[in-house]
Design a protein around this ligand. Structure first.
Ligand SMILES: [Zn+2]
Length: 177
């Protein structure tokens, strides 16, 4: 048999269904889950934080934390656990652990809420105009998970002149090691 005839015979075998020597080869793929994006629910991957649905946040957070971070609530002034709190460390987002504020930039604004004149990194915080309650304010949220943190005002101390006014319930303090 010439090489040409062999090639034609080979092509016929491939093209005619049922003649293929290992026709089960492709079936495995049908059962694989592809990228498996929904499989990882352990919370280990930070990129999953945004995808948590509302009921999941309710389960993970206390009622107060949920009301404030996911429903844009505000704790009563002078009641939050970090208002009068000046230990050395960092404050993370209570929802996703994102590092938000350093205690070195915390000061007593007298407002009744934890106040910072600077964030650890502006890229970690998103700001959006908030026109609720008949005033124009700048709302600040965690850029990683969307948690409501508080508001940003321009009556803070030097060197920035900014005041990040944050609910204690949005934060989790971690002592510096
Ligand atoms: Zn967050």
């Amino acid at each position: 048999m010439s090489a040409v005839l062999r090639a034609i015979a080979f092509l016929l075998i491939l093209l005619i269904p049922g003649l293929q020597p290992e026709s089960s080869g492709n079936k495995v793929e049908t059962f694989s889950c592809g990228a498996g994006g929904t499989v990882n629910e352990s919370g280990e991957s930070m990129s999953d934080e945004n995808n948590r649905d509302d009921s999941e946040w309710q389960k993970r957070l206390t009622r107060e934390q949920y009301e404030i971070t996911r429903r844009k609530g505000t704790e009563r002034a002078f009641t939050g656990k970090y208002d009068d709190h000046y230990e050395d460390g960092i404050y993370r987002c209570v929802c996703c652990g994102n590092e938000l504020f350093d205690s070195k930039c915390k000061y007593d604004s007298g407002s009744g809420w934890p106040s910072f004149w600077k964030a650890i990194d502006n890229k970690k915080i998103a700001s959006v105009t908030d026109s609720s309650l008949g005033m124009i304010r700048i709302e600040i949220t965690c850029r990683q998970c969307g948690a409501h943190l508080g508001h940003l005002f321009n009556d803070g101390p030097e060197p920035t002149g900014m005041r990040y006014c944050v609910n204690s319930a949005s934060l989790e303090f971690e002592k510096r090691k």
